[in-house]
Design a binder for this molecule. Sequence first.
Ligand SMILES: [Zn+2]
Ligand SMILES: [Zn+2]
Length: 354
Amino acid sequence: MEGKMKALRMYAPNDFRIEEIPIPDIREDEILIKVEACGICAGDVKTLHGGIRVWGTTPENRYIEAPITGGHEFVGRVVEFGSKVNGIKLGDRMVSEQIVPCGECRFCREGNYSMCHRHYIYGFKQETPGGFAEYMKFHHSGIHHIIPEGMSAWEATLIEPLACAMHAVDRAKIGHSDIVVIGGLGAIGLGMVSAARKLEPKMIIGLDLRRKRLELAKQYGADLVMNPMDMDVVEEIKKLTEGYGCDVYIEASGSEKSVKQGMGAIRFQGRYVQFGVFPEEITVDWNDIGDGKEIDIYGAHLAPYCYRPVIHGIMNGSIHTEGLMTHTYRLEDWKEAFETAEKNPDALKVMLVP
Ligand SMILES: [Zn+2]
Ligand SMILES: [Zn+2]
């Protein structure tokens, strides 16, 4: 498609710009989307402030290829597609998974595409500009999904974070006798409550400092919620478990305190899942893992094989979305939107509409 479009381009820390750039060209195996909305991720806010995991400490270990159009929580409608694309039609509402795997490296060949060594991620690499724009290209090696018409655009922008939530819950291998604690109830932590609820463990406990989030967690299926400001959470969890501790702790806040809380609350041979991302190095007593409790530690990154079940779950109501989308801004008002995402205590998910 000929013409120009508006896009929010990331040049450097604290240097994002709205620009007019050409509408992307597509190959015969690619899709052009008119973006309806794109959510702001905590990672996008960190990118604005110069997060080291994005910008690196030297040009060599820099992850982002700037300047680049940001945004990986997008949804849009098909306005053009190449002759080699099958199974879609103009006007279909679609998302594409945030990671664009190579399909050839060891991890891709073994089916672990979210660990692809030669991947792109939308909104970070030159090959895959993101959804903070009027149009975007779905890359030929991306993984695309058609969204049922019954789902709204704002719900569709939640698929990416909720899929990440589901993967973290998958990693915990939850069984029916488990007491599961989720530390941090932002949009993704709340998604974890939904995903864990589907597995029917013995009990789900949600932890957060904000009352509104605790209330939503209850609505989403948490049996119990606790505010660490009001009580000694580790003590409470011990009381609930005859002194043993919880079976599973999923860390979804990215705060050092939450890690320490988790290590304290977890039982011997419990499972600890790390999802939250820390702004800097943290310190914990590593001995709890080995010499002490013999804890199984799992990492969780991205959302392999989780988009489809999350789409299904949103449609049948088992993956909750009510109350998650708290703020909407026009693309031009991105500054205000990022500030809201970062600082407004009532903000869960903020989306930009081009
Ligand atoms: Zn995200
Ligand atoms: Zn690969």
